[in-house]
Design a protein around this ligand. Structure first.
Ligand code: AMP
Ligand code: GLY
Length: 422
């Protein structure tokens, strides 16, 4: 198979690394890719917003499968454009990607299908939102409905903060059109679990549950980021919880989307919170999570091309998806200044890693045969072992293999799994 992966982050390097292991692979392209994906296949400088140019590339290179990594091209209908030309894609069409691209859609969808989620209300006007704010007496979360690169969720601690957040969104347009609609929902507490699942639109098969670490600093302090590390499986997520998630979240979501004429094919990501009253959905994403994918894919034994193929063919139920009985940890190495204003252009040096580790690239580029930093989250150093403690040990003992000026990372990724912290 000739395969094209769309995207340029750590998730796409992990996808490329996994696809490269497939005996079915003939040639792999990544558009646009990064300095790491180049070692798995050929990077292509395609404008992925220009659907015609992606179609031409696929026709010219006889691409058998396109795997779309990020949410923006999915929300922009890249899969619709390619499928219309008979090009096979792993990822949802635009109508199904709404489950991530519109939080208003996602919340109303969950309400329609009785999927557990926080109580909420939606607004298009500042006045109405302010009136609601005055009427509620529980802690809240404010969410811009549209895609906002993970920045559109605000957890205000005071009424004044909530008011200024709403003014920023509705009046100052901090999130542009993504803030035309706003969700205000009840703030829940509990541990979070990222549960990704493969689906062909009818059957749904969960991957190993993972935990992300969104805050910049150790002990979950500092600002929110795109994710500073992840590990899998998350021991807090028991087999009972997995059954509950399939029965009350994943299967109803896949069935609901199909029944509403928006069949979801690809990876459905449920961001779950484990509250004292049971699990609840914080968000759905229409794609693989990042950095979760960097931790989860090294544990997948089954050929990813077989799974993608089966999802597109509608026969996922016939594939036996197997996982290594191991644990995996991914620690993100970030540039100085991340997440506000990250430095870039710094030289990165690498030393060899053991066989049970891999360094996934995210914000990197190649210039005159040197690898330079090119963004906030630069690399994801990932290791796997029989148990989580050994995986954590391997990852941190190999940190000195990588170096660039201003490199920083959390020292406590996976700590919840170790201590069984509640
Ligand atoms: P989302 O993008 O909707 O998952 O939100 C990003 C992050 O905000 C989540 O990972 C949670 O940490 C937090 N969050 C979102 N919704 C809620 C909620 N209802 N209660 C508590 N925390 C939330
Ligand atoms: N790690 C969270 C996400 O991929 O959205």
């Amino acid at each position: 198979m000739n395969v094209l992966i769309i995207g340029s982050g750590g998730r796409e390097h992990a996808l490329a690394w996994k696809v490269k292991q497939s005996p079915r692979l003939t040639k792999l392209y990544i558009a646009p890719g990064n300095a790491g994906t180049n070692a798995c296949g050929e990077n292509i400088a395609l404008d992925i917003r220009n659907h015609t140019s992606v179609i031409h590339f696929c026709e010219e290179k006889k691409i058998d499968l396109v795997i779309v990594g990020p949410e923006i091209p999915l929300a922009e209908g890249l899969v619709d454009s390619l499928s219309a030309q008979g090009i096979r894609c792993f990822g949802p069409k635009q109508a199904a990607a709404q489950i991530e691209a519109s939080k208003v859609f996602a919340k109303d969808f969950m309400a329609r299908h009785h999927i557990p989620t926080a109580r909420y209300a939606t607004f298009t006007q500042l006045d109405d939102a302010m009136r609601y704010l005055r009427s509620v007496n529980h802690p809240i979360v404010i969410k811009a409905s549209g895609l906002a690169a993970g920045k559109g969720v605000i957890l205000p601690d005071t009424f004044a903060e909530a008011q200024s957040t709403l003014e920023n969104i509705f009046v100052d347009k901090t999130f542009g059109d993504a803030g035309n609609e706003v969700v205000i929902e009840e703030r829940l507490s509990g541990q979070e679990v990222s549960l990704m699942a493969f689906t062909d639109g009818t059957s749904v098969v969960p991957m190993l549950p993972a935990q992300d670490h969104k805050r910049l600093l150790d002990h979950d302090e500092g600002p929110n980021t795109g994710g500073m590390g992840a590990y899998a499986p998350a021991p807090i997520f028991t087999a009972d919880m997995m059954n509950e998630a399939i029965k009350f979240v994943l299967q109803p979501a896949v069935d609901g989307m199909r029944m509403e004429g928006r069949p979801f094919v690809g990876v459905l990501y449920a961001g779950l919170i484990l509250t004292d009253n049971g699990l609840s959905v914080l968000e759905f994403n229409c794609r693989f999570g990042d950095p979760e994918t960097q931790a989860v894919l090294p544990l997948l034994e089954t050929d990813l091309l077989d799974i993608a193929d089966a999802c597109i063919n509608g026969n996922l139920a016939n594939v036996n998806i197997r996982w290594k009985k191991s644990a995996s940890v991914c620690v993100v190495l970030a540039s100085k200044g991340y997440p506000e204003k990250a430095e870039s252009g710094k030289l990165i040096t690498f030393s060899p890693l053991p066989e049970n580790a891999v360094c996934f690239h995210a914000g990197t580029k190649t210039e005159s045969d040197q690898v330079l930093t090119a963004g906030g989250r630069v690399l994801g150093l990932t290791a796997w072992a029989n148990d989580i403690a050994s995986a954590i040990d391997t990852v941190y003992s190999n940190m000195s293999s990588i170096s660039f000026e201003g490199m920083n990372y959390r020292g406590d990724i996976g700590y919840r799994a170790l201590k069984g912290v509640k």
